[in-house]
Design a protein. Structure first.
Length: 99
């Protein structure tokens, strides 16, 4: 029997303002597009974890597992940079943790 395999898990909490969103439908379009792009580009898990019923606010949870903490931390930093550059969603606050 093999012993435990060491790995790290990184998470990011991204708080977004969607100032141009005039309806929940507008918000869903922006959030879905952003989630799909993050999944495709960085191979991360992404979910809207708060603010689902608010049309101009969203909180995304992003998770990634790997064997190298520096790699996971760097990838999550790139996730934050991509979100920061999105013209339809303003990154208001974020928190990154790697353990």
């Amino acid at each position: 029997m093999m012993g435990p395999v060491p790995f790290v898990v990184g998470t990011a909490t991204l708080r977004l303002a969607l100032r141009e969103s005039h309806s929940l439908k507008d918000k869903r379009r922006v959030v879905l597009s952003l989630k799909d792009r993050l999944r495709q580009q960085f191979n991360v898990s992404v979910s809207e974890v708060d603010g689902q019923d608010e049309r101009q606010r969203a909180v995304l949870g992003v998770a990634m597992a790997g064997s190298d903490a520096r790699y996971v931390e760097g990838a999550l930093a790139k996730v934050v940079d991509l979100v920061r550059g999105n013209p339809h969603a303003e990154l208001v606050d974020f928190e990154v943790r790697v353990a």
